[in-house]
Design a protein around this ligand. Structure first.
Ligand SMILES: [Zn+2]
Length: 375
């Protein structure tokens, strides 16, 4: 294992944070064009399940490296967001938004398509493999050339530069209370499906453009943008990127983390990056559904929340999800599903403000448009 430190732009005098990346397997710098996977945890810094899964991966990858089983470089960033990790106010951890300017840590990643296109134009040939290698180099160069003016932008730039040339990029998150689920781009679903099987994902939510440019899309989207721009050149979908939601924020224990790390190792083995027998592929728990079909259950007014539906419940239109109750008047609003599907995530706070999302149901029919991710 090789450890690299990547200093972030210092935000204020006397502070200096680093991203630490752990590199396993063949050194990509010595074997240019070799295969690479990238895994990061807790980009939303108050989502700790990924931190423990990364710990398990660190142990397992170290063993596999010592046994000579790694056929690709695997880069692990166990702590993707040291800025958010340090944001505590009155004993509450604020890890989703940067306190200085209120930005979500998983939005607004740089769009590299134009910069990469300028670098590869006139150089793309008829060989898909050579084109992929050319594009990977251009992706890393373009990410490294992004002008970051503050600490948050340098965090985004650093993470994207580390991931830019990976063919598999896994971003480990969690929800408030949730079943295992994942978000990925529609064009790459076929290659993500085995991961959903190994992880036991209860929902797989697909969208090509979810809005606001989260990390996973920044890794994968350039490839199909280039395909559209250079339709006469063979260009693969060169990066399979996935946001993995490791259940709920308190679903952190050794057994779960061991299981999830094992599922990720199984997937990397299935994809040919690890020289082990390919583990048996389990069945898919639920078919993929469109992110635009995921129904957010929204509180229309403030009140105390009493759920009437449980995680994993199969909902039908009209089924009650939760009551929102005003204790002063007793006024109770029963929120009902308007679509069918599995209830895969719930809010873990039990007091709602007007407009708060309380639950999500993975419906099979797309009905939303615009920005599809929660705030
Ligand atoms: Zn998250």
């Amino acid at each position: 294992m090789r450890t690299q430190r990547h200093p972030l732009l210092s935000s204020t005098i006397g502070t200096q944070r680093d991203i630490v990346s752990l590199h396993f397997g063949p050194d990509g710098r010595e074997h240019p064009g070799g295969r690479k996977a990238y895994i990061q945890a807790a980009l939303h810094a108050d989502e700790p399940p990924g931190l423990l899964v990364a710990t398990k991966l660190r142990e397992r990858l170290g063993i596999l490296e010592a046994e000579g089983k790694l056929k690709a470089e695997i880069v692990l960033v166990p702590v993707a967001n040291p800025i958010g990790l340090a944001q505590w106010i009155d004993h509450s951890h604020i890890g989703r938004f940067e306190l200085r300017q209120g930005d979500n840590f998983n939005r607004h990643y740089p769009d590299l398509a134009a910069a990469v296109a300028a670098k590869v134009e006139g150089k793309l040939a008829s060989d898909e493999g050579k084109n992929a290698a050319l594009i990977r180099r251009a992706l890393v160069e373009s990410a490294a050339e992004v002008h970051a003016v503050n600490e948050l932008e340098s965090l985004r730039k650093t993470l994207l530069t580390l991931a830019a040339d990976a063919e598999i990029a896994l971003d480990l998150h969690c929800d408030s209370e949730a079943l295992m689920h994942l978000y990925t781009a529609t064009p790459v679903w076929e290659r993500v499906e085995p991961l959903a099987r190994y992880l036991g994902a209860a929902a797989s939510l697909l969208e090509t453009t979810s809005g606001d440019y989260p990390f996973d899309e920044a890794c994968s989207r350039t490839w199909w943008q280039l395909r559209e721009q250079f339709p006469d050149r063979p260009i693969p979908l060169g990066c399979i990127s996935v946001t993995v939601e490791l259940r709920g924020a308190t679903d952190v224990d050794h057994a779960l983390a061991d299981m999830d790390a094992g599922a990720i190792i199984a997937y990397l083995t299935h994809q040919g990056l690890i020289d082990l027998p390919v583990p048996r592929l389990p069945g898919l728990i639920a078919p993929a559904t469109p992110l635009a079909g995921s129904e957010p259950i929204v509180a229309p007014h403030s009140g105390v929340v009493a759920f009437r539906a449980t995680l994993g419940q199969v909902m039908h239109a009209g089924d009650p999800v939760a009551d929102v109750i005003d204790p002063l008047t007793g006024t109770t609003t029963t929120l009902k599903a308007t679509t069918g599907g599995i209830l895969y995530a719930r809010e873990n706070r039990r007091f709602a403000y007007a407009g708060m999302r309380l639950a999500k149901i993975a419906g099979a029919t797309a009905f939303r448009s615009g920005k599809l991710l929660s705030e």
